[in-house]
Ligand binder design. Structure first.
Ligand SMILES: Cc1cc2nc3c(=O)[nH]c(=O)nc-3n(C[C@H](O)[C@H](O)[C@H](O)COP(=O)(O)O)c2cc1C
Length: 413
């Protein structure tokens, strides 16, 4: 049996001292020019202190300033203040740390961009409280430029001292949109069969490799499925895992779902945790792809809470690493406590059984993250309705106000 405190060396040579990983969580703490701030430094210092040296994956950094996932994401384009990102990395120096890179595609809210982009326009706007506008289809040259953006962003993360990057191809963002036959109805080389639909992801991984050093860790976050009829299936996902192995990635994190079908938070009908404790939404898929992943380590994220579930997953021959998200937003010392023998527990959490719940739930946890970034303790006293209202109000105010600033920087090239 693999114990939680057993070290693991990734194919890149990066040594992880134990098996618990901080999963990526949007911080939404950048300044008005989408640069890293002192709040990020405090946050990662705090998370590193509670992680017992375990791997930290940052929230998603954007590769294109025009299309953000949240108004205060860090943007890793050529305007990135690399020294400030280096200060964030330095704050978390007791842990290995990789930065997640993302392009949200059609999941860019309407305050941030009145016309988001997608592989094709056929699937229409993301259906979520009217927050998203109808996207337009990307031209082939634009796709190449986005792919290049992943490579350039990774090079900047390497300069900042990050140990690697994670390419985000899950949760319904642009690379996951390319993978999904429901969203991607292109007839050119970027669509069609799985080889075409995975071209954007595979090209992004190659661009990252080509612009970084040989020991730089390249990870991918992938959906098991997008939980939609006619969408990306477990069969597709298994084949993509095989492609990523061929590409020589160092680490694959498994999750699932999209904004419209939020399986990542367990909010999909019929989705049940699979351990004896009914935790780990995607454990069955991890078991299924274990042999396809060959020697590439797998992180499983989603719904894992207790030490016994973690041990069961590690010994059940599917999973190498345990990803924790929401527990660490409520208790930054959760990992250390688990490693010290604590059993852990289900968390108090805010949930609505509709897609509106995703915005409210994310914001509720983001407020906790903001408190840690401000040097305060998380509080469960925050009212869920206040969190949901803040999501819309905050994105509207900051999103609209930031448009001109962002356009000015984009115009500078
Ligand atoms: C506030 C918040 C922000 C998140 N941001 C990201 C993100 O930037 N990238 C990502 O891949 N997943 C993101 N996630 C999803 C988590 O990485 C994880 O997959 C999910 O929360 C399920 O794990 P958990 O049950 O341990 O929370 C976010 C989750 C939360 C709660």
């Amino acid at each position: 049996m693999v114990s939680l405190d057993a070290p693991l060396t990734l194919p890149s040579g990066l040594v992880l001292p134990h098996r618990v990983v901080k999963a990526p969580m949007t911080e939404n703490l950048a300044d008005a020019d989408n640069q890293p701030t002192a709040a990020h430094e405090r946050l990662y210092g705090r998370w590193a202190a509670g992680a017992a040296g375990g791997l930290l994956i940052t929230g998603n950094l954007m590769v294109d300033r025009r299309y953000l996932e949240r108004s205060r994401n860090i943007v890793a384009d050529r305007h990135l203040d690399v020294a400030r990102l280096a200060a964030v990395r330095e704050a978390g120096r007791s842990s290995p740390m990789i930065a997640q890179l993302n392009h949200p595609g059609r999941q860019t809210n309407r305050f941030l961009a009145s016309r988001p982009v997608a592989p094709s326009a056929d699937a229409g706007a993301v259906r979520m409280m009217g927050l998203f506008a109808r996207p337009r289809a990307l031209a082939p040259l634009e796709i190449e430029s986005i792919v290049d953006g992943f490579g350039q962003a990774a090079a900047r993360c390497e300069q900042a001292g990050m140990d690697g990057v994670q390419v985000h191809a899950a949760h319904g963002y642009l690379l996951a949109q390319f993978l999904s036959p429901y969203v991607n109805r292109r007839a050119d080389e970027w669509g069609g069969d799985l080889a075409g639909r995975s071209r954007a992801l595979v090209s992004a991984v190659r661009a990252v490799r080509a612009s970084t050093g040989p020991n730089f860790t390249v990870a991918v976050k992938l959906n098991s499925s997008d939980f939609r009829h006619g969408g990306f299936t477990e069969d597709d996902a298994e084949a993509v895992v095989g492609m990523l192995v061929e590409e020589g990635v160092d680490l694959i994190e498994i999750s699932g779902g999209t904004y419209e079908n939020p399986a990542l938070f367990g909010e999909v009908e019929g989705l049940r945790g699979e351990t004896s404790e009914k935790e780990a939404y995607f454990a069955g898929f991890a078991r299924r792809v274990r042999s396809r992943a060959a020697s590439v380590p797998l992180i499983l994220s989603g719904g894992i809470r207790t030490r016994s579930a973690m041990e069961e997953l590690l010994s059940g021959d599917g999973v190498d690493l345990i990803g924790l998200g929401r527990p660490l937003a409520i208790d930054p010392d959760y990992t250390r406590r688990i490693l010290d023998g604590d059993e852990g527990a289900a968390l108090p959490r805010y949930t609505l059984p509709t897609v509106a719940g995703l915005a409210g739930e994310s914001e509720w946890y983001e407020r906790q993250i903001a408190r840690i970034g401000a040097g305060q303790a998380p509080t469960t006293a925050l009212h869920p309705a206040v969190a949901a209202a803040r999501f819309v109000g905050g994105e509207m105010g900051r999103g609209l106000a930031g448009r001109r600033r962002r356009a000015r920087l984009v115009a500078q090239g």
